[in-house]
Design a protein around this ligand. Structure first.
Ligand code: BTN
Length: 253
């Protein structure tokens, strides 16, 4: 592994309900070194955002949780971890996909879904433990569709194999992902916030494009202009009003 600390302590579990739950439980019992990674190729009950589930066929995909101690971040700066993690996944997708097909666009759908064109290839679930308004520890869970090609209920899902017609080594994809995670986390630690903010905005799905959304049961047209420092989605409405939405307040149609 070409990393300083991310993935240097790596805990492989044959099969587990959720790597995030497992890592969090471990953290309650012992002090894992920063950069520890819990991973499995057989996750039974993966958890997603907003209480949803994350499905994955055995031995097909990457599912890992990275443990970080971003004690330098105040709790109102949690969204910086979202930017860090989603950029790392997008970096990896770009590295693999760019040049293969000129029409593949790797985007981050706010707040942290990774999309290739109109389909989701990876999801992220970040669970932070706060203490005295600082982030004590962070469990960054990433699920990445690699070799699975059938997604049953979720027609909007896609994988690397489906996009490229090729099978990938899960271990190699995972190791490269950890390298990108470390690189982006080092940028965060070095306070390179402008770099992270600009890269995130550049990747933001539907930025600057008029599209339909739903909020409080109402369908409306809006144009994403960016995100606030706390991670709210900033949008311009057709009457030129600017509004900010949190995760529970808006649905992409
Ligand atoms: C989402 O898109 O809603 C987030 C999905 C996150 C899935 C990953 S897989 C590894 C880690 N363990 C979990 O239980 N969830 C995350």
């Amino acid at each position: 592994m070409k990393t300083l600390f991310v993935g240097q302590n790596s805990i492989h579990i044959e099969s587990v309900d959720s790597t995030n739950s497992y890592a969090s439980e471990m953290l309650r019992q012992i002090a894992l070194p920063e950069g520890s990674v819990v991973y499995t190729f057989n996750q039974q009950k993966g958890r997603g955002q907003r209480g949803s589930s994350w499905e994955s066929e055995p031995n097909m995909n990457v599912a890992l949780s990275l443990v970080l101690y971003p004690k330098f971040l105040a709790s109102d700066k949690q969204f910086l971890l979202t930017k860090t993690a989603s950029l790392a996944v997008a970096d990896l997708m770009s590295e693999i996909l760019d040049g293969r097909h000129k029409n593949y666009r790797v985007k981050i759908k706010w707040p942290n879904d990774i999309y290739v064109n109109e389909r989701k290839i990876a999801g992220i679930l970040i669970e932070n433990t706060l203490r005295e308004s600082l982030i004590q520890n962070s469990v960054i869970g990433i699920g990445l569709n690699v070799n699975q090609v059938e997604f049953g209920s979720s027609i909007k899902a896609v994988s690397l194999a489906e996009l490229t017609g090729k099978e990938f080594s899960l271990m190699q994809v995972q190791e490269r992902l950890l390298e990108f995670l470390e690189a982006r986390y080092l940028q965060l630690k070095a306070n390179k916030l402008e770099t992270l903010d600009n890269a995130y905005l550049e990747r933001l799905y539907r930025k600057g494009v008029w599209a339909e959304y739903i909020s409080s049961g109402q369908t409306f047209e809006g144009k994403i202009t960016g995100v606030s420092s706390t991670g709210k989605l900033r949008m311009e409405l057709t009457n030129s009003e600017v509004r900010e939405f949190d995760m529970r307040e808006i649905v992409f149609t």
